[in-house]
Design a protein around this ligand. Sequence first.
Ligand SMILES: [Zn+2]
Length: 151
Amino acid sequence: MLYRALIMLLWFVGTSVATVWIVFRDPTFKFRLVVLGALLPDVVDGVTGARVAHSVVSVVVAMTVVMLLTLGRKPIRKSLLAVVIGLFLHLVFDFAFANTAMFWWPLGGFDFVDDALPVVARGWLNAPLEVIGVVLAIWTSRQVAFAKSAR
Ligand SMILES: [Zn+2]
């Protein structure tokens, strides 16, 4: 199942970097770390078989831990927050909210959801999403390059 989840890369790469660019307009943003965060949930949950990384509660916990551990350490905080933003954007663009039990785990009980990963459940719908991801990644890299050259 993991290999099927890993096939779906570009949708999460494109949507996460485009969203961060649209929101922050910061060419120095750590886009690679956002991408890392955006790909991590399918790797973690693909390996473990649980759906912990597809829970918004997990993202909130990760955000809280990062904020507490990086008090007064701004550069590392900025990097780790980029990863957390990626984790959250994965949930958004994986439509994880459509599976209430998974999205809100463990608020509805500690039993793990046994459903397929959203990326696996989507099946062939992933193909057009991958194309959109490529377009968004190219668009974002051009926007960032242009913004850097204008500085
Ligand atoms: Zn996922």
